[in-house]
Design a protein around this ligand. Structure first.
Ligand code: PMP
Ligand code: GLN
Length: 391
């Protein structure tokens, strides 16, 4: 890193998504690495964005989001959780969930404060914590079912703990936290007066009857939780970067204090299009269709992984599968992923990028299945050839 770079950001380097995308292009591989759909998002959402641009909704939005989108978020949140929110004071729109998480960490942590999150973790959590000189306290999730140790979680809380970041359904494992797990987390947060950031960006992508529970709905939690979501996953438009947080007015006020100086406001026409999407999605059966289509993709991806001779871990939600190398053996997940690119021409993501100490990561590869049937079929065909060769 350049000598002009601030000390705290010097360890960052290029993110795993940038690096694996570069390698994927270099090897002309099928990219199942970075989590984004390679299929088109829905026409009704695209048409709404075009209409918004033509209607000249192209100037700065109010910093906390256009009223139409906040109303649509409130209605969706009420339908999902039963909680009625104040549209003016309890919702903030941001440029994706990533900005929202960064802003919240800026808003609630002083240097030296501690933040708890489950490991493996979405990589921006750790980096955002480092950028405020806070101390990350990762709690390990253990394969194959990604349980955590209750005593380890309990021991992580102390008088410097200010925030707990919870992601369910979980990237990269596909874990959906159970009610009992959420009740334990909630009880500890109440006991230690800790705020929760609930990253629920995959809440509509669930399999096999898995139930998504918002921790904000548990007793004593509304007043200490900001529930974060992003329309990127739900409407398959990751490039639009429309995210939001829902929670009590005092927490939103702190988030807004930061957001106004980070981006000030988020893209007006895409906010309007996302408002339209949220308004109609349920009535047209869009959410059921989304989950059904992802189930088909997950099953196809799982079959491809198994046929290549790898093991596959269970996933209750999100759009990733974690695979182990089966009979083969690799010194690290990086070597496993590099080998997959070289030998099969398939790009995945090494989960060590989601560990504070990467050398402690299990030897797995994360396959993103937010892909067209033909992309998954092409990857399956390439990987099938592996089972006859040797590592
Ligand atoms: N949280 C998790 C768990 C994610 O996987 C992602 C991204 N894919 C985000 C947040 C970021 O969402 P956005 O694209 O809206 O910034
Ligand atoms: N969240 C996506 C993933 O986990 C990628 C987001 C990004 O590229 N920053 O793959």
């Amino acid at each position: 890193m350049d000598r002009y770079a601030a000390e705290r950001i010097r360890p960052f380097g290029a993110s795993v998504f940038i690096e694996m995308t570069r390698l994927s292009i270099e090897h002309q591989a099928i990219n199942l690495g970075q989590g984004f759909p390679d299929f088109a998002g829905p026409d009704f959402v695209k048409d709404a964005a075009k209409a918004a641009i033509d209607a000249d909704l192209n100037q700065y939005a109010p910093s906390h989001g256009i009223p139409r989108l906040r109303k649509a978020i409130a209605a969706t949140f009420r339908q999902r959780t039963g909680i009625e929110v104040d549209v003016e004071r309890e919702i903030t729109v941001t440029s994706g969930a990533t900005e929202c998480i960064y802003d919240c960490i800026q808003a609630f942590l002083n240097p030296g404060d501690e933040i708890i999150f489950f490991e493996p973790f979405y990589d921006s959590y750790h980096a955002s914590a480092i950028m405020v000189n806070a101390t990350p306290r990762p709690i390990r999730l253990y394969a194959p079912d990604w349980r955590f140790d209750e005593d380890a979680l309990r021991a992580a809380f102390n008088d410097r703990t200010r925030l707990l970041l919870l992601n369910t359904p979980h990237n990269p494992t596909g874990k959906v936290f159970s009610r009992a797990e959420l009740e334990l987390i909630a009880a500890l947060c109440v006991e230690h007066d800790v705020i929760v950031l609930a990253d629920e960006v995959y809440d509509r992508i669930l399999f096999d009857g898995a139930e998504h529970i918002s921790i904000a709905t548990l007793p004593g939690m509304w007043e200490r939780t900001l529930t974060i979501n992003s329309t990127a996953k739900t409407f398959s438009m990751t490039g639009w970067k429309i995210g939001y947080a829902v929670g009590p007015a005092n927490l939103n006020a702190a988030l807004r204090a930061v957001h106004q100086f980070v981006t000030f406001a988020s893209q007006t026409p895409f906010q309007d299009a996302m408002a339209n999407a949220l308004e109609v999605a349920d009535a047209i059966g869009y959410y059921d269709q989304l989950a059904a289509e992802y189930t088909v993709r997950r099953d196809a991806m799982r079959e491809a992984i198994v046929r290549a001779g790898f093991g596959v871990l269970p996933a209750g939600g999100a759009f990733f599968l974690m695979a182990d190398p089966g009979e083969r053996s690799f010194p690290s997940d990086m070597e496993f992923c590099f080998w997959l690119i070289r030998e099969a021409g398939v790009t995945t993501v090494p989960p060590s990028a989601f560990y504070a100490k990467p050398d402690e990561a299990p030897v797995l590869a994360r396959f993103c299945f937010a892909k067209k049937a033909e992309t998954i079929a092409a990857a399956a065909e390439r990987m099938a050839k592996l089972s006859v060769g040797s590592a």
